[in-house]
Design a protein around this ligand. Structure first.
Ligand SMILES: Nc1ncnc2c1ncn2[C@@H]1O[C@H](COP(=O)(O)OP(=O)(O)OP(=O)(O)O)[C@@H](O)[C@H]1O
Length: 238
C-alpha cells in the first residue's frame, strides 16, 4: 500500500521554478530521506504536502487520499514536525501534548493513553512533567515528534528536525524515528546532512527543482561515500 505518492508535481514562484515535474512514491512503513542543498525545493515540497501551498500541477496522495479532492481525510493522516520549535516553553511536556490532543478532539483517558504511548516511542515519558523550557535541544525535538504522533498519523513529515543538535542527540532522534516505521508509519525526513542517511534508507535527492536520484541509499552511493556521490551528482557540497 502507498503511504505517500507525489505525481508530476510542479510549483513556480512567478518566473522561478521551485519544483519541476517531481514524482516519487513511498510504500507504507518506508523511511525516506529527502536530501537536497539549499534552494533545491524541499521547503516548497513540504508546504505543498501540508497544503500551505496548493500545487499548480500534479497530485499528492497521503495514505491513498488525494490532498486536493479529499483534503480533510488526507491531512488527518499526516503528522508534521517543523524546523522551528513550536513548543510552548512555559508548559510541561504533557501539557504541550494535551493541548495538541485537544486540537484534534482527543481528550480524557484516550488523550492520556495516547500521550503516554507517544512519549514512550521517543523515550520521553520520564520528562512528561518537566517544563519544556528546561529541556535540552534534543529532548525538545523528541517532545515535538511525540506530539506529532498523538493522532496516529500514517505519514510523518520532518523538516530538518536535527538542525543545531549535537551528534549524540541527532543519532538518538534518527534512531527513534526509524523505529516508527516498524509500526507502519511512513516517514519523509528532509535534511542536508548525509550522515543522517542510513545505507538501507530510501533516498530521494532533490536538486534545482528536480529529482536527481531516487533509490536505496547504498545503491545510490555505489563505491563512493554518500557525501562524495552527492557532490559528484550536484557539484554542490551537501
Ligand atoms: N516566495 C518565493 N518567491 C520566489 N522564489 C522563491 C520563494 N520561495 C522559494 N523560492 C525559490 O524557490 C527555490 C526553492 O526554494 P525552497 O525554499 O523550496 O528550497 P529548499 O530546498 O527548501 O531550500 P532551503 O533549505 O534553503 O530552505 C529556491 O530557488 C528559492 O530561492
Amino acid at each position: 500500500m502507498s503511504g505517500l505518492k507525489v505525481s508530476n508535481l510542479s510549483y513556480n514562484y512567478g518566473a522561478k521554478t521551485a519544483l519541476d515535474d517531481v514524482s516519487f512514491e513511498l510504500e507504507t512503513g518506508t523511511f525516506c530521506a529527502l536530501l537536497g542543498p539549499n534552494g533545491a525545493g524541499k521547503s516548497t515540497l513540504f508546504n505543498l504536502l501540508t497544503r500551505l501551498l496548493v500545487a499548480q500541477q500534479g497530485h499528492i496522495e497521503i495514505a491513498g487520499f488525494d490532498i486536493a479532492t479529499t483534503p480533510r481525510k488526507a491531512l488527518e493522516r499526516l503528522g508534521i514536525v517543523f524546523q522551528q520549535t513550536t513548543l510552548d516553553l512555559d508548559l510541561t511536556v504533557r501539557q504541550n501534548l494535551s493541548y495538541f490532543a485537544a486540537l484534534h478532539g482527543i481528550s480524557g483517558r484516550d488523550a492520556r493513553q495516547r500521550i503516554d504511548a507517544s512519549l514512550d516511542k521517543l523515550g520521553m515519558r520520564e520528562r512528561a512533567d518537566e517544563k519544556a523550557r528546561t529541556l535540552n535541544g534534543g529532548h525538545k525535538r523528541r517532545a515535538e515528534i511525540a506530539r506529532a504522533l498523538i493522532h496516529n498519523p500514517m505519514v510523518l513529515l520532518l523538516d530538518e528536525p536535527t538542525v543545531g543538535l549535537d551528534a549524540a542527540a541527532r543519532s538518538a532522534i534518527t534512531n527513534h524515528v526509524h523505529e516508527l516505521t516498524q509500526e507502519g508509519t511512513t516517514i519523509l525526513w528532509a535534511t542536508h546532512l548525509t550522515d543522517e542517511v542510513q545505507p538501507d534508507d530510501r533516498l530521494v535527492i532533490l536538486h534545482q527543482a528536480n529529482v536527481l536520484a531516487d533509490g536505496i541509499a547504498r545503491e545510490i552511493s555505489g563505491d563512493l561515500p554518500l557525501k562524495d556521490r552527492i557532490l559528484h551528482l550536484t557539484a554542490v557540497p551537501a
